[in-house]
Each structure stands twice: as C-alpha cells, then as structure tokens.
Design a protein around this ligand. Structure first.
Ligand code: ME8
Length: 702
C-alpha cells in the first residue's frame, strides 16, 4: 500500500570537507527515497549541516575567520557535493537559519515554563572535543570513553532537561516496536544502555566558554547544547512548532500546507538514517526530548515519537578508521571524478551490508564497476540490442510462447517473479527473507535491506547472461529464428525488470537501459510491473557503452614492489599442482603429509554453517568477525583471517565448512570458537570451501 516516507540523514558538522562516510549516509538515504518512490510512496529526503558548537567554533578560529562566514563556505561545499553523487535531497537545512533558531528557542522556553528544564550546580569531567560531561565511573583510564582524549574537571551551573523520567516509557516504546531500531542488534544495544539509570541531560553551555550556539531564551548567559539544537532540525524542516518554510527555494513536503499541517502529515512516517556512533543521541536523547515537548505542548506523546532509526556501519580504510592524522580520508568527489557517480553508488550499496562495517578500497570500486556494471550489465545490454538490431529489424521480437521454453528462460522468469512479488507487512517482517536468498524488492526496500535490492538486481542480470550463453540465440537465429526471438524477448524483458529495480542505485543509466530495450515509456513503479509487459514491435536502440571500464592505478609508495604473477617470490604457493605446458617447472608447494588413522579424522567436528554476520575487525587488515549459524541454540562468533580475500558483504548468506571443535582462541581481544575452512586460489586469494548444494545449517561433514 502506498505510504509516506520521510527520510533524514544526519546533519553534517561543518568542521571539515565531506568524506566517504558522509557520502555513504546520503547515498543510502537517496537510494531509499528513490526506492520508495518505485513502490509508489510519497517521499521527502532531508539533509543538512550542523553549524553550531565547539567543533565548528574551533574550526573557524583555526582559519581565523568569523564562524558564520566559515559555516556559509562549508555549507556551500556540502550542498554542492550531493548533485554530483546523483543525490537529490528535497531540503538542505542549516541549524544557523533563523527559522530553526526560532523553533529551538520556542521548544526550550516551553520546557522551561513547564519545569522540564531546570538549573543545577554540576561538577564533572568534561571532554572539550565531544562537548559533554562524563561521570567518574564512565571514564576509561581517566580519559573520555567516547574519543579517548583527556578530560578536564569542571564545576558550573547548567540547565538540565529532565530526561531520566522518560526512561521506562522509552524502554516500552522500543520493546513494543512503537520505535523501531534497525538492525535488531542495535535495538538491543540501546536497551542495554537503558538498563542503567538514565541521567538528566545537560542542555546548556556557558557562553563564556562557547559563544557559537543558540542563546537560551530564559538565560542569556548560556547557549544551547549542540545536540539539543541539532536533533530538532528533523522537526523544524517539516514545520514543527509552526516553523517557517525554507527560504532557499527548496520545496517543503506540501507547499500548500501550513507548518503544523505538514508536520502532522509527515512526522509519523519519519525514518532517521545515522551512523552507529550517534545512535544514543538519536535513540535516547531525541525521543525523550520529543516526549518532553509533547508533554509541554499538551499533545499525545505517541504522535510525536520518532518512528524508525536505521543505524549504519562504518567504512574503514585498510580496516582502520579514517582520520586526518593517518592521511587516509577518502573524498567522494575524487572517486566520482575518476570513475563516475554510479560506480561509487553501486560500490557502496554492493560492498556494505546495511548496518555492518565494510572496507573502502578504490581498487574494489574499480573491480565492481568493471565486472558488475560494465561486463555483466553493460555488455549484456549491448549484445542483446545488437542481436535484435541485426536479426529482428531493431524491433522487440514477438515471443512464440508466453511461457518459458528452456530451463534458462524458466530460471530468469522464476527470479523476476520473486522480485516483483507484492509484499504485505508480514512479508516485510518475515525472517525468511534475510540472508542471501533473493527477496521481493518491496520487502528489501521496506526492511531497509537495500544491499539486497542491489544483489538481487545483479542476480537477475547474472541469469540473463546465462540465458544468452545457454540458449545461444546468436547461433540458433539462422535455423530457428522463432526460438532466438523467444530468447531475446526474455532477455529484453528481464533487462526491463532489472533496470527498473536498479533505478534507485543507477538513476542515470537505468532509464537509458529502459530506453534501449524498447521500454522507454513503461511504468516506473513496482505496483503493476509484471512479466510480459514489454510490447513486441517496440523499437530498441543501440548506443555508446553504458559504463566505462577503468584501470586502477595504485598510489605510488616507497615500499618494495610486490611480486607479480609472472615473477613468483621465493617459496610462493604454486597456483596449481598441474603444470601447464608453458609454465616453468615449480617446486611442489603443497607436499603430502604423513597418513593419519581414521579415528584422528573422526575426532574433528566438521560442519556446514551459514554466515549470518560478517564485519571487519577494527585495526586488523587480516581478520573478519563472523557470526555463523551451526544449527546450535545461538550463532557462533568465529574470527577468520580472510579479510584480504573477501568483502564482508560477499560472505553474508554463504554456506561454509567449519571446524567446530577447534579449541577457542582470542584474537584482537575477541574470542573465536571454530575455524572456517578455505582453499587457496590464484595469487594467494582465499576461496571458500562450500557444499555443492545448500544443506541445513549444522549438517555434518564426513
Ligand atoms: O555526527 N563511515 O556529524 P558528523 C560511515 N553533526 N559513516 C561515517 C564515517 C565512516 N567512516 N565517518 C562518519 C555528526 N560517518 C553530527 C550529527 S545529527 C542530528 C547530528 C557518519 O559530520 C557518522 O556516523 O561527525 C555520522 O552518522 C555522520 O557521518 C555525520 O558525522
């Protein structure tokens, strides 16, 4: 059923230029908004900049310029990035806009008037960069538990929002699902946080220490804590407390409606996308702030609760956090300049399972672009259209039979029909669709599993390539044009469906594919999209390659050159034990080991497991942390040294062989309870050892 979908990104601090982490949040939200439009939903995408607070004040001071001038400049830099990544936010809010300041002050005044914001003398440990107080107990080794930096002892009067009193209501809202937090393990994290007593929230900073903020309307010696100000942006943007519409020309949800009407219509449909590091501020501070405001404005609490949070993972670079000091900060504009925006959008959606961490590597951007976009998708379109032009006068052939006539056609049709299945609310919640099984696109979209949408679209493309290869219309066309026409109709129709599903990720090439396969005017919504709607006789169109191939040139470093495939390093493993005629003789790199009695083999508990979670291990370039279903009561955590051979996203949903009774070991501070079996492929890349067909998780291996 069509709905409204109001999606927000975090508003970005203007203390530095946009990096790949910011780009990921915005691309994901943009893909989500476009995907919801595909479902027929009305959508509204909000992004913006967080312009107050210590970090911004210090960034301006370092440059020796006025904070507002600094914000104006960086705001423009952020705003200019999104169109270049093909992101189309409906509104770009700034927290320094007068209309937002008015909302923050109105909110604070009412909370103050109703006794929900009160003054208190407070002494604690203060982290300057994070702009927050910590208790003695919370410190880690005497330092800030969040950023690890030094804290200072401060005693001062401050204003507190009575957050603690909403602890149990918040808990109930999360456990009942009134507030949904995705992925599920993040909800558990928030509930864990709520197991400890919830303190009241200090929402002021003395202006003697921080001048760059919104003044408290009832105490001019203080400015508002930056998070209290920033979180309210999500509500200001759609008319909360009669906020004014934006003045920069961007539309607000219903241009004809007042602020109050827009807010009432759109707020219940909000989904906040945010990084996992800012989950507490979002899932604890923000709902309790809105509970307090509902109470202060005499409104029902339920109507003002934020409905959905999606906590995303982090992009690591070489398995390490990006940081200026390490010089490994990736600029999204550099990547799009080199490889185009669709290569970047495609990469981030393919590489990262939504909610888990992933590694960013430019080489992998190029690999995915060349293999998946240029070869698998782009070449398929070129070949199919060229055959239709050559043998069918450039017109979509008429299929001889409405039903598949070969196994490859049936495989295409079967997958397309799964992807096009309409989804009920029960389908969306059904765990059967998690993992690597193709899911109806509507389920992937409504459950925020947008990486699944990308993977399934690509799987359909894979089946179409198999169709061309197996049915070989280029060979059969002379003797049996009807059979070739049947195959090519299936290919064009499959491409129409794949391109429609991939439109949110590929907003520029997907419509072009639709045009080329003769479906230019076909519906762009999922509802009503069915197999067989492509009209025979419609003109196909050829054109330049859809995706350019690129070469990855590694940055030049002073390190010694790595051995290449033609110059094996001493003792390097031979790629194969069978020598080809042309390859030079090599020593046997895997000599046979002594025989073992059968009971030694029987002592090994070998089982098939299904990978549920795969993520990078911080500070390790080799290890991945896996959660594997071995048919036991709970999944096992296993660390595997395969990070250089697999992106985490490739592993989720795969079946693997596991040595389940290997003695537990601790690596990088994490316990590993077993070992994933791999073989060694070309150039030392690990290859999974898997059952030839899926079997039940936990099945034995003999
Ligand atoms: O936190 N990979 O702003 P911010 C993925 N102003 N995401 C990353 C990332 C990475 N390597 N690095 C950062 C703020 N992010 C506040 C938000 S909202 C009311 C206020 C994500 O510019 C990070 O997780 O520091 C966060 O979600 C977002 O970038 C903005 O970070």
């Amino acid at each position: 059923m069509p709905e409204r979908f109001y999606v927000t990104t975090p508003i970005y601090y203007v203390n530095d230029k946009p990096h790949i982490g910011h780009a990921y949040c915005t691309i994901l939200a943009d893909v989500a908004a476009r995907a919801h439009r595909l479902l027929g939903d009305q959508t509204y995408l909000l992004t913006g900049t967080d312009e107050h607070g210590q970090k911004v004040q210090e960034a301006a001071a370092r440059r020796g310029i006025d904070p507002q001038a600094h914000c104006d400049e960086l705001h423009a830099a952020f705003k200019a990035v999104w169109p270049r990544l093909l992101c189309e936010p409906d509104q770009f809010i700034r927290t320094t806009e007068p209309r937002h300041k008015a909302v923050v002050q109105r909110a604070l005044q009412r909370l103050h008037d109703r006794g929900l914001v009160v003054p208190r003398e407070f002494e604690g440990w203060y982290c300057v960069p994070d702009e927050r107080f910590w208790t003695e107990k919370e410190l880690q080794d005497g330092n800030c538990p969040s950023c690890g930096r030094q804290v200072v002892r401060l005693k001062e009067k401050n204003w507190f929002f009575k957050m603690g009193q909403y602890q149990s209501v918040l808990r109930d809202a999360i456990t009942s699902g009134a507030i949904a937090i995705h992925p599920a393990h993040r909800a558990n994290e928030v509930l864990g946080f709520l197991d400890k007593p919830l303190q009241d929230l200090c929402i002021s900073r003395p202006s003697s220490r921080l001048s760059w903020g919104i003044a408290l309307p009832f105490d001019p010696d203080y400015v508002t804590y930056v998070w209290f100000d920033a979180l309210l942006n999500y509500a200001t943007a759609i008319g909360f407390l009669d906020a004014e519409p934006p003045t920069d020309g961007s539309r607000w949800p219903d241009p004809a409606a007042t602020g109050a009407e827009n807010y009432a219509a759109w707020w219940p449909h909000v989904a906040h996308f945010l990084g996992k590091d800012i989950l507490t501020t979002h899932a604890v501070y923000w709902p309790t702030m809105l509970m307090g405001l509902a109470e202060a404005f005499d409104r029902p609490r339920e109507a003002w609760l934020p409905r959905t949070f999606l906590a995303t993972g982090w992009f690591l670079v070489d398995s390490t956090k990006m940081s200026k000091s390490l010089g490994n900060v990736v600029s999204p504009l550099d990547i799009t300049d080199r490889y185009g925006p669709e290569a970047l959008r495609w990469f981030v959606l393919r590489e990262m399972v939504v909610g888990q961490d992933a590694n960013f590597s430019e080489e992998a951007v190029v690999r995915r672009n060349n293999v998946e976009l240029a070869n698998d998708l782009g070449n398929l379109v070129q070949r199919t259209v060229a055959l239709v032009e050559k043998w069918f006068d450039g017109k979509v052939p008429s299929p001889a039979s409405p039903d598949p006539t070969t196994a490859s056609q049936a495989a295409v049709r079967e997958l397309a029909e799964v992807l096009l299945r309409p989804a009920t609310a029960a389908d969306v919640a059904d765990p059967v669709w998690t993992g690597d099984r193709p899911a109806p696109a509507a389920v992937s979209i409504r459950s925020f599993r947008l990486h699944r949408l990308a993977a399934d679209g690509l799987a359909l493309v894979g089946r179409l390539n198999e169709l061309i290869q197996h049915d070989a219309p280029f060979r059969t066309v002379r003797d049996n044009p009807a059979a070739a026409g049947q195959t090519l109709y299936c290919a064009l129709e499959g491409l129409r469906i794949a391109a429609t599903l991939l439109q949110p990720l590929l907003p520029s090439s997907a419509p072009e594919i639709l045009r080329r396969v003769g479906a230019g005017g076909s519906p762009v919504q999922l509802a009503g999209l069915q197999w067989g709607q492509l009209s025979p006789g419609a003109a196909v169109a050829s054109g330049a390659p859809l995706f350019a191939k690129h070469e990855y040139v590694a940055p030049v470093t002073a390190a010694p050159a790595a051995p290449t495939a033609t110059q094996p390093s001493e003792g390097a493993a031979a790629p194969s034990r069978v020598q080809s005629e042309t390859s030079p003789p090599r020593p046997d790199a895997n000599p046979a080991r002594p025989d073992v009695p059968i009971d030694q083999f029987a002592a090994l508990d070998l089982r098939v497991g299904s990978v549920l979670v795969a993520e990078a291990v911080p500070k390790s370039s080799k290890l991945l942390r896996l959660e594997i279903d071995l048919g036991e009561a709970a999944p096992r955590q296993i660390l595997s040294g395969i990070a250089e051979s697999f992106a985490p996203a490739e592993l989720v949903g795969q079946q693997v062989l596991v040595l389940a009774n290997l003695a537990p070991r601790k690596m990088m501070g994490l316990q590993s309870h077993g070992m994933v079996l791999v073989s060694e492929g070309d150039q030392g890349r690990r290859v999974l050892v898997q059952p030839a067909r899926p079997v039940a998780a936990g099945a034995g291996v003999r």
